[in-house]
Design a protein around this ligand. Structure first.
Ligand SMILES: *Cc1c(COP(=O)(O)O)cnc(C)c1O
Length: 449
């Protein structure tokens, strides 16, 4: 019988992760890491269905409880999408945000109700806009005047009126606390409120014959650990809604404040409790609406990472181990695994941190200063820059990296012609592949002539 041990921090590991009290072996969804490796190979992404769905439902229940029954959660597909997960979300009453034709194709293949999909993107192609309007997405979130014009004319030629939100830039840098009140932001996304671009966009959209301007949207960043930025953004969006009402006499009744809710990757990360965060945002929303004497808009949020991230674990097999003498006379143990930056680009891209566990056994060996690296031809191909790991790790051991569900498989590449790993869903002692491992023939199939 498996037992939880103190090694498995529930903020980092999926709900069904356990380590066996005797063997020390990790199990996910009731299946041991060794069995998962033997059946599916490594590297492999293990997706805990119970955990993913529970997180999605928790968001849904929280927004409905706090903002009322019209409030919606749009899961951000870009964090990780597949037909299987889209079907879960459809069943569990969570909506879907897509930002390309490819993400939309997955949603359509899952028969996701199209009136629960919204389309994002700062440079949607004509074909993407056409398809979205044709299939009847709930919202297109417009990002530029050129795009408003395209949406209007495409909707007109299809004999439709498209519901639109405006993506606004409330001038908030969510990552840097000092600059949290910056009035202007040098980013590619959205219409700036401060510069007047947003009001011009609202006037343009309100006057467009085939556009139904329903509301406003913002997304202030990702992996955010405090709600100050979201609150400020909501306040600025409400003021904007009030200004539109005052200047144009038009009511924008929908407000979407995006995603960005942070998760724990390492023990020191302290993610916010989502209910209390949303409660504080709700308080700011009602206060601001009262101040400007406008009706409280219907609310949507767009979590991606906070649903998918902790639900997946990557299993790698250790290939080589070597000690490297450092300048200060100390040594660092380099542990090479059979994947790396092709299945997890985040450490190289953002300096992201991860934790790790020897998954196939327990170890009482003293720990040693270690670095977990991949098999790519770059010294920046690092999975974990610095971590204390047991000094008895040998080739063949399985290393489990938790919290790899968001922006892992979805950002995977074929660098060095490495095959992208499969995604295996575990639940109640059974496992099934939802995305298979790539084959060399998949890569060669792209070659012509
Ligand atoms: C990326 C993105 C999200 C999701 O962000 P998370 O940090 O994964 O929650 C939501 N909305 C938009 C518009 C995004 O671009």
């Amino acid at each position: 019988m498996a037992n939880v041990t103190s090694r498995l921090n529930p903020a980092i590991w999926p709900a069904t992760a356990r380590t066996d009290s005797k063997s020390g072996e990790l199990s996910l969804g009731g299946i041991s890491a060794t069995e998962l490796m033997e059946r599916f190979g490594t590297p492999v992404f293990i997706l805990d269905e119970t955990d993913f769905r529970a997180r999605a439902v928790k968001f849904r229940s929280a927004v409905e409880k706090i903002f009322g029954p019209t409030a919606k959660v749009y899961y951000a597909s870009k964090a990780f999408t597949s037909i299987a997960t889209a079907k879960w979300l459809a069943e569990d009453g969570v909506n879907l945000d897509v930002c390309t034709g490819g993400e939309l194709a997955v949603a359509l293949a899952a028969k996701f109700p199209t009136n629960r999909i919204e389309l994002h993107g700062n440079n949607k192609s004509i074909a993407e806009i056409e398809e979205a309007i044709e299939v009847g997405v709930r919202f297109i979130v417009a990002d530029s005047l050129i795009e408003l014009d395209r949406i209007n004319s495409i909707a007109g030629s299809l004999g439709k009126k498209q519901s639109v939100l405006l993506r606004l830039t409330p001038g908030i840098s969510a990552h840097t606390h000092e600059s949290i009140a910056t009035a202007h932001e040098d980013v590619k996304f959205g219409f700036s409120i401060a510069s007047g671009a947003a009001m011009l966009a609202a006037v343009t959209a309100l006057n467009a014959e085939h556009i139904n301007l329903e509301g406003v949207h913002c997304h202030i960043g990702s992996q955010i650990f405090d709600e100050t930025g979201h609150i400020l953004a909501v306040e600025r969006l409400v003021k904007f809604i009030a200004d539109v009402k005052k200047n144009q006499g038009a009511t924008l009744h929908h407000l979407d404040f995006g995603g960005g809710f942070g998760i724990a990757y390492v023990d020191s990360d302290d993610p916010m409790d989502i209910e209390s965060v949303l409660t504080r945002i709700h308080a700011a929303l009602t206060e601001q609406c009262a101040k400007y004497e406008i009706e409280i808009p219907s609310i949507a949020i767009e979590p991606g990472r906070a649903i998918a991230g902790p639900a997946m674990v990557t299993l790698y097999q250790v290939g080589t181990v070597k000690d490297v003498l450092l300048e200060d006379g100390k040594t660092r143990t380099y542990i090479s695994v059979d994947g790396g930056m092709s299945d997890n680009i985040r450490p190289a891209l953002y300096g992201a941190e991860y934790s790790a566990l020897v998954a196939n056994r327990s170890s009482n060996a003293p720990t040693t200063d270690s670095r977990v690296v991949g098999k790519h031809c770059e010294s920046g191909d690092i999975v974990i820059r610095q971590i204390a790991l047991p000094s008895d790790i040998v080739p063949g051991d399985i290393l489990a990296i938790p919290a790899t569900g968001a922006y892992g498989r979805s950002m995977a590449s074929n660098y060095n012609h490495i095959l992208r790993p499969p995604v295996v869903v575990v639940r109640d002692g059974s496992a099934r592949i939802i995305i298979r491992r790539e084959k060399i023939s998949d890569l060669l199939a792209l070659e012509e002539g």
